[in-house]
Design a protein around this ligand. Structure first.
Ligand SMILES: Nc1nc2c(c(=O)[nH]1)N[C@H]1C(S)=C(S)[C@@H](COP(=O)(O)OP(=O)(O)OC[C@H]3O[C@@H](n4cnc5c(=O)[nH]c(N)nc54)[C@H](O)[C@@H]3O)O[C@H]1N2
Ligand SMILES: Nc1nc2c(c(=O)[nH]1)N[C@H]1C(S)=C(S)[C@@H](COP(=O)(O)OP(=O)(O)OC[C@H]3O[C@@H](n4cnc5c(=O)[nH]c(N)nc54)[C@H](O)[C@@H]3O)O[C@H]1N2
Ligand code: SF4
Ligand SMILES: [Mo]
Length: 825
């Protein structure tokens, strides 16, 4: 009986220990399955044999669930509930079974639900900030304290005295709406969640996206690829639910190329491992572009019809020449791009030209113009394969070989992860690699993908966020998270005084995602009230003035909205009652909104809210079937291939080999620090801000490297989803404590042995962890995989040495962009 093994064997000891604490406060829902929101997914009579009765004579009920942390996979879950308690989690059944999967984190979720570190009641800080001294208060008191202060501060300083921070704790839709309504009412200051923005910038600029699906093929399509290049992705550890398609492709002869400085789990599966010098990826891809052009492996037809290659770029302002430039009477509706007709060599509107020139510099009615293709070619020309061999520390023969495999063994796909992303200037690597797909036409068809598949299940949420006919208190302004230390010290942001006194953090570990932690801890002294909503303790909750306990994922009704790998929407049943005094994020938002005196801003139940977000028909379908095709796919009923019809999600509907309008990455509300647009139109190379410890590619090493010679990255640990599972016993059994991985050579030079306690430090701070000596690490690179909160380190935290500097072109958490030294503790 598999059920018994899981519930009574693997998890039993830790599970019983923690459920003991939970039982007193938790009421039951399972047996009362007929209650609204508690309807079991599978009727009792369909339960498998042996699962029937518990010791108390109650049966196991099944509810639909989805794993909503930010591992980007969002598995469908079957929640086994007995006597009102979650006793087991197994995978749910998708409409298409090839997506059916679960991992050890999902299976361990009962341990997270009944985790002793859960926040049980509203609490007020009584000791120093961070001292961990709290007193229990009632919900009424908590809401009163918060809203009295908010009201008084809004009166005194205006709505910018209230601020918000949220991240990716729960990819359900309910939370998005809860915070959206609160912010919609109060406005104030949004501290931006500047995550993965070099990736976002590079991917969106070059490939565009559609509102509902972003810009990559459905991952089930990997099975059709003949070559896949993984770049900065430890796919076997960070996307394991998709690996089986890659593996199936490999079994059919697909060649796997892995570009990674470390011999990672994914590299171990590769046909060719390219051990690149960290942060030099864009150079490698520009060199590959040069080889493709030189060898004549370009797909000219594809370039002409699917890319902006033939469009003419004006030398004067680097934008495309349009009909409206030549005739001021042409309106937006009738406007078009101008190209040079290959037969007549005359400028014509692109829609009227079957065969445009891909190359050339021309004079058109006084405008000096060059084709987008030529500007790309000119930009990459200096990055020859010989240059790249030296800069990237990869042999010329290997660069030749991988280029040939990518071009000859088609269809070819690129999968671009984020390992190389988390450093300044990394967006260039995405421009440069996507260009290879455009040059060769390896995009827009089955087996040929370059972008990132991410269906947007939240697509119509923005429409229901404003409350029609109701005036908000004030406008919402956004400020960059990486400016936080400076901002809290001075109160100035971009030359303006912002009277921020209060901050509400929900669904994000603000202190863990930012670098320079000690400076941030000091800087927030100027903050008068930090309110944190979470269901478990994390690095931010420890500094809160008021802590509010929210429900864990299975204690509320929700829909899995985003960060998924499949074309479905998933229902989250309310499978168990909220533990202790936890309330859902929506309920908390409602209490705050009502106490502020604006009940019209929250006059729905959670179910009504979700129905409004999806429309009655879809909502009823979801309620009944739990898993439904996401709307885009219902319309088409097929597995998504981005750009298959030759229409791309960009302004011009073409792929941007040349980027006419460089963007910032995340929100458009925050301008780039320096906007050297000229440099941003085409691929190029600049080293990262700090993590550049060797002279290469014509750039001297960072002078800090004399003192701090090791470049430190943070991989996304196999046994975790950021910090979400940090205190789950099963997970800690697999990966007990924070470590730093270093090469044997670096260890030897420092007299460090496997398992030694070591001090990892730089000018920002230090942390003490255990050293792991890893043959797959290159000399000069160290890695501290993520997944732990500060209390789990011997001392300090990765965030004490982590960089908090923005990119010039794009605000971002550059979590891999730091130099450190390591010594025996
Ligand atoms: N198990 C698990 N899965 C996750 C997450 C998690 O925390 N745990 N987090 C999710 C999230 S939010 C994200 S952003 C992704 C991140 O997951 P990935 O995209 O896989 O990124 P990382 O784990 O940061 O790094 C992947 C690889 O990049 C390599 N790398 C480092 N620097 C460079 C470089 O300069 N060039 C190249 N080519 N490679 C480099 C590293 O050695 C590492 O092997 O994972 C998602 N999935
Ligand atoms: N030091 C460090 N910083 C990093 C990274 C790293 O690896 N190391 N990775 C970077 C990347 S790529 C990413 S994507 C970000 C991720 O940044 P975050 O999204 O902040 O990551 P988590 O640490 O998982 O924090 C999420 C928090 O949300 C809580 N939570 C989960 N569900 C709910 C809910 O329903 N309601 C509420 N109120 N809270 C909930 C969880 O308990 C957890 O405390 O971090 C970035 N910054
Ligand atoms: S952690 Fe990710 S892979 Fe594991 S069950 Fe949850 S969604 Fe699936
Ligand atoms: Mo991320």
């Amino acid at each position: 009986m598999a059920e018994k093994t899981m519930a009574e064997g693997l998890t039993r000891r830790a599970f019983l220990k923690s459920t003991g604490a939970a039982l007193g406060a938790a009421s039951t829902c399972g047996m009362l399955g007929a209650l609204a929101g508690c309807a079991p997914q599978v009727p009792a009579e369909k339960n498998e044999e042996g699962e029937g009765l518990s010791a108390t004579g109650s049966e196991t009920l099944h509810f639909a669930g989805s794993c909503r942390g930010n591992c980007n996979q969002g598995c469908f879950l079957d929640l086994h509930v007995r006597d009102g308690k979650l006793v087991r989690v197994t995978n749910g059944e998708f409409l298409d079974p090839q997506y059916n999967r679960i991992c050890f984190k999902g299976m361990s979720l009962p341990q997270r639900v009944y985790n002793p570190d859960r926040i049980k009641y509203p609490m007020r800080r009584v000791g120093e900030r961070g001292s961990g001294e709290w007193e229990r208060i009632s919900w009424d008191e908590a809401i009163q304290i918060i809203t009295d202060k908010w009201k008084a501060d809004i009166e005194k300083y205006g709505n910018q005295s209230i601020g918000w921070y949220t991240a990716a704790g729960n990819s359900g839709v309910a939370l998005t709406i809860a915070l959206g309504r609160l912010q919609g009412l109060i406005g104030g200051v949004q501290i931006a969640y500047d995550v993965d923005n070099e990736f976002n910038k590079g991917m969106l600029e070059s490939l565009g996206r559609f509102k509902k699906v972003f810009n990559g093929n459905d991952p089930s399509d990997y099975v059709n690829a003949k070559t896949i290049i993984f770049i900065g992705s430890n796919f076997t550890d960070s996307r394991y639910q998709e690996w089986h398609w890659v593996h199936e492709a490999q079994e059919k002869g697909c060649k796997l190329i892995v570009v990674d400085p470390k011999f990672s789990g994914t590299a171990a599966k590769a046909d060719i491992w390219v051990p690149i010098r960290p942060a030099t990826d864009s150079i490698l891809f520009m060199a590959m572009g040069n080889i493709i052009i030189e060898k004549g492996w370009t797909d000219e037809e594809f370039l002409k019809t699917n890319t902006v290659g033939p469009f003419l770029v004006k030398e004067a302002d680097q934008t495309f020449l349009r009909k409206s430039d030549l005739d001021a009477t042409v309106g937006e509706e009738d406007d078009d791009l101008i190209v040079i007709d290959a037969a007549t060599k005359k400028p014509v509107a692109s829609k009227e030209c079957a065969d445009p020139m891909l190359t050339g510099t021309y004079e058109v009615e006084g405008f000096k113009v060059t084709t987008g293709y030529d500007l790309y070619v000119e930009a990459i020309a200096p990055y020859t394969k010989e240059y790249a061999a030296e800069a990237c520390n990869v042999p010329v023969e290997m660069i030749d070989e991988i280029t040939e495999v990518y071009c000859a063994n088609t269809p070819s796909s690129l999968y671009q992860g984020l390992g190389h992303e988390h450093r300044q200037n990394a967006h260039k690597a995405y421009l440069a690699s996507n260009a290879l797909a455009m040059l060769t036409g390896n995009i827009g068809k089955s087996g040929a993908s370059a972008g990132f598949y991410r269906p947007r299940g939240t697509y119509n949420v923005p429409d229901i966020l404003p409350v029609e006919g109701s005036e908000p208190i004030g406008e919402l302004v956004e400020i960059s998270s990486s400016e936080m230390v400076k901002f809290f010290e001075t109160g100035d942001y971009a030359g303006e005084k912002i009277p921020l006194k209060n901050l509400l953090v929900m669904s994000g570990d603000w202190f863990h995602t930012h670098g320079n932690r000690q400076a941030l801890i000091k800087a927030i002294d100027s903050l008068e009230m930090l309110v944190v909503i979470d269901f478990q303790m994390n690095d931010t909750t420890r500094y809160a003035d008021i802590l509010l306990p929210c429900t864990d994922w299975f204690e509320e009704l929700d829909v899995q909205g985003w960060k998924t790998l499949y074309p479905f929407l998933l229902m989250q049943d309310k499978a168990i009652d909220p533990l202790y005094e936890a309330k859902s994020d929506c309920e908390i938002a409602k209490l705050l909104i009502h106490a502020m005196g604006y009940p019209e801003w929250w006059d729905w139940t959670q179910e009504e809210m979700l129905e409004a977000a999806y429309g009655t028909e879809m909502w009823n379908d979801l309620k009944e079937n739990k898993c439904v095709w996401a709307p885009y796919h219902v319309e088409n009923d097929y597995h998504y291939i981005y750009g298959e019809d030759g229409v791309w999600g960009t302004d011009t509907t073409k792929l941007n080999l040349y980027v006419e309008k460089p963007i910032r990455g995340g929100s458009d509300a925050i301008p780039c620090k320096e906007n050297d647009l000229g440099w941003q139109h085409v691929p190029g190379f600049l080293p990262p801000h700090e993590a550049w410890n060797q002279a290469a590619a014509g750039f001297e090493k960072n002078p800090l490297a004399d003192k701090y010679p090791l470049s430190l990255m943070q991989e996304h640990a196999k046994y975790g989803t950021q910090t979400q599972f940090s205190h789950v016993p099963n997970i800690r059994e697999l990966d007990p404590e924070p470590s730093v991985f270093i090469s044997p050579a670096d260890a030897e030079a420092r007299g460090i042995e496997e398992g030694d306690e070591v001090r990892v430090f730089n000018d920002r701070g230090e942390t003490v962890v255990r050293a792991r000596i890893h043959n797959g690490m290159p000399q000069g690179l160290a890695s501290m995989p993520n997944g732990f909160t500060a209390d789990q380190y011997i001392s300090g935290s990765i965030c004490d040495v982590m960089n908090d500097e923005d990119s010039a072109a794009c605000p971002n958490f550059n979590i891999n962009d730091q130099l450190v030294e390591i010594e025996k503790h």
